[in-house]
Design a protein around this ligand. Structure first.
Ligand code: PRP
Ligand code: URA
Length: 235
């Protein structure tokens, strides 16, 4: 699974604003959108084109048109903030939503929304989710897409943890992953460190209080799940 970590200075600059805990939801949403635009541009660099005969005002020429039909698959809810930017790049893309939330204790994804049609209607799927933490949500989504018939899948995230990259590599070695940064590790609650906190809460302004904060005291079962994930990447 090729992991592509953007080295673009604009990406690094915008990511530092996103990570800053003083960045309020309005600004946070703007930066998610701008980073998605930049990462989406990089993620689509290898899409196929087909020749098309056109005429400019000066003469006929053979131009290039994008070949595959592309589907955007935002994982609800945090992935929603990445959709508009991708649609600016790809106005004809289909958008298929998958609803998953991470059980806070087990860190396992729980599916709650999926209205994919019976057969795959696109050739390339771009899974959109700002955070690749344990990798559970991304792997489950890609399982669903492959069962649906998706031939080619790419994951576009803002920040990944090594544990999540390892999980996704093991489950889906064929999937390209594009991120703005690969961070250090997961904390005992399964949050990416240094990360940016909870991407959904920071976009939508839903802060439930100190007990739900990323650094708050770990549940024993959750900490054991994280330790298990960390053992798989130990040298
Ligand atoms: C967050 C994030 C990912 C998931 C990543 O969503 O947006 O979907 O966690 O974690 P994982 O790699 O360990 O699966 P969350 O479950 O908090 O739901 P939300 O988007 O509704 O806030
Ligand atoms: N989900 C988030 O929003 N942030 C993390 O660090 C991990 C999962």
């Amino acid at each position: 699974m090729p992991l592509h970590v953007s080295s673009h200075p604009l990406v690094a600059h915008k990511l530092s604003i996103l990570r800053d805990k003083r960045t309020e939801p309005k600004k946070f949403r703007e930066i998610v959108r701008e980073l998605t635009w930049l990462l989406g541009y990089e993620a689509m660099a290898d899409l196929a084109t087909r020749p098309e005969a056109i005429e400019t005002p000066l003469e006929p020429m053979t131009a290039a048109r994008l070949e595959p039909r592309v589907g955007l698959i935002p994982i609800l809810r945090a992935g929603l903030g990445m959709v508009d930017a991708m649609l600016e790049l790809l106005p004809t893309a289909e958008v298929w939503h998958i609803g998953l939330y991470r059980d806070e204790r087990t860190l396992k994804p729980v599916e709650y929304y999926n209205k994919l049609p019976d057969a795959a209607s696109v050739q390339v799927c771009l899974v959109l989710d700002p955070m690749l933490a344990t990798g559970g949500s991304a792997s489950a989504t890609i399982d669903i897409l492959k069962a649906w018939g998706a031939a080619r899948v790419k994951q576009v995230s803002l920040i990944a943890a090594p544990e999540g990259v390892a999980t996704l590599t093991a489950a889906h070695p064929d999937v390209d992953v594009h991120v703005a940064a690969l961070d250090s590790h997961l904390n005992e609650r399964g949050y990416i460190v240094p990360g940016l906190g909870d991407a959904g809460d920071r976009q939508f302004g839903t802060f439930a209080g100190p007990a739900s904060e990323p650094g708050h005291g770990a549940d024993g079962e959750t900490a054991e799940v994280v330790r298990r994930l960390q053992r798989q990447i130990e040298p």
